[in-house]
Design a protein around this ligand. Structure first.
Ligand code: ZN
Length: 477
């Protein structure tokens, strides 16, 4: 099956870099890109096509890789994480009120479909989902057509907060070992089917909830299975202090000691390194360790920015030679908004307009994410690459007038300018709608689940408080 995309502006891969080409064509063969070029050279390339896609009014861009997300119950948490934090944990909202948003498997699959739909509409073509039951979403992923790394993660301890003043850990080492075994089996199962769009990697959930032994075993197993590891680390100032107290090391130093750091390691966040001024710790060289080891970062700026913090800084990490990818983490699952926050956040952190450019964040969300996952076939419009692409409507109100489609898309119009999304050579979003999702139906289903969850909050809260008592709504008397 040969398809021709005709007459578009496109971000094609030329001599090791994305390059904007106008009046371009792209030829697809089955699920891959075969060639690209200027329209006036089309005849030299290929003859017969099974399908021609007229794309005069589109800017075609490689699909984005969202290399860190959670979809278990995201729709039910909308509006809860905003303007809220724990003062005793330096503003972090991470440890409090866990267990208020519990879902059944069926409910979670419905929420998962809603979240995956949101990701597709907003330009994610490859997602990494970290949870404890990520394998639940297999059929949802297959139905909706996204490319996915599903990670049923594991840990030796749960966490919570004691009266909002101390982080509490409940250790159960056996459950950590069992969880790792299941994750290993899942990686093996995914690896055995190389045609599948579903992959996996090892997910020791958080640096502070896994024992040293579990982290060491994870590093060994990843080597043996030749797979990636993804772990949350350096994600709160509290965690920085806890790791320092437990081991006398920064979180990044501790990851090195356990063997986790390396070319197959993706760290979600890595915000609280000794390069962050709030750690007040000029004694280490975390960024050098990250760079030397070839580790990758899943940078999710919004979830930090909304609590008043930011990486120090995206620009400095790039300068150090650290590979940067982008993730959404929680709500909204909008990779383009994250790209904008990554650029603007770094400019603010460095007090320098040139700290990070739109080119840097496009690179991070495409080839940076692909490198993190070890995927040379993703993140670029290049012969032999997978046909994962976004079609941005140049007639969109906020895209016009268009002198610079890349800047207009990321900085001004955002995801609402996306008209079509292609994964593996097939359109899975058309006219801005997810092709294989009844959006009205799923919205109603998710609404019902959320009402149930919010109504049950007093039963699940230790102090019996309502949702509004814990998280006041805006402008509510
Ligand atoms: Zn996360």
């Amino acid at each position: 099956m040969k398809k021709l995309i005709k007459g578009c502006s496109a971000l094609v891969w030329k001599e090791d870099s994305h390059s904007l080409l106008e009046d371009a064509f792209i030829v697809l063969e089955n699920n891959s890109i075969r060639s690209w070029g200027k329209m006036d050279r089309l005849e030299e390339h290929d003859g017969d096509f099974d399908e021609t896609i007229e794309a005069n009014n589109y800017f075609v861009c490689p699909g984005f890789l969202n290399i860190h997300s959670h979809i278990y119950n995201q729709p039910t948490r909308k509006g809860f994480g905003n303007d809220w934090g724990n003062e005793n944990f330096y503003g972090s909202a991470l440890y409090d009120n866990s267990g208020l948003f519990e879902l059944s498997k069926e409910e979670s699959k419905i929420c998962g479909a809603h979240s995956i739909g949101e990701m597709l509409k907003k330009g994610t073509t490859t997602m990494v989902e970290i949870g404890y039951n990520s394998q639940w979403y297999e059929d949802v992923v297959q139905n909706l057509g996204i490319r996915a790394y599903l990670v049923p993660g594991y840990r030796s301890s749960s966490w919570g907060s004691i009266e909002g003043r101390k982080v509490a850990y409940e250790w159960d080492e056996e459950s950590g070992r069992e969880g790792m075994k299941k994750n290993i089996e899942y990686v093996k199962k995914c690896n055995s089917n190389s045609d599948s769009k579903i992959n996996s990697l090892l997910g020791p959930a958080q640096i502070d909830t896994c024992t040293k032994e579990l982290l060491r075993k994870t590093a060994e197993k990843a080597e043996e299975l030749d797979c990636r590891i993804q772990i949350h680390a350096a994600q709160t100032l509290k965690e920085f202090e806890i790791i320092l107290e437990r081991h006398g090391l920064t979180p990044i130093e501790y990851l090195k000691e356990t063997g986790i750091l390396g070319t197959n390691c993706i760290i979600a966040h890595s915000v609280f390194t000794n390069a962050h001024p709030a750690t007040n710790y000029p004694y280490g060289n975390d960024l050098e360790l990250l760079s030397e080891s070839g580790s990758h970062i899943a940078h999710c700026p919004w979830v930090f920015a909304r609590s008043g913090d930011i990486l120090h800084s995206f620009g400095k990490y790039l300068e150090e030679g650290i590979n940067m990818g982008i993730g959404t983490d929680t709500n909204p699952l909008d990779i383009i908004a994250e790209m904008k926050w990554a650029a603007v956040g770094s400019k603010i952190a460095d007090r320098n307009f040139a700290s990070v450019t739109v080119e840097d964040v496009i690179n991070a969300a495409t080839i940076g994410g692909a490198k993190a996952l070890g995927r040379g076939d993703l993140g670029k419009i290049a012969p032999g690459g997978k046909a994962d692409m976004i079609f941005v409507d140049l007639d969109d109100f906020d895209m016009s007038p268009t002198r610079d489609p890349v800047k207009n898309f990321i900085y001004l119009a955002g995801s609402k300018a996306i008209d079509k999304v292609m994964v593996d050579g097939e359109f899975v979003v058309e006219d801005g709608n997810v092709k294989y999702l009844d959006e009205e139906k799923i919205t109603n289903e998710v609404r019902e689940i959320a009402e149930r969850v919010w109504g049950d909050i007093p039963e699940n809260d230790k102090e019996g408080r309502t949702a509004n008592e814990i998280y006041p709504r805006a402008f509510l008397d």
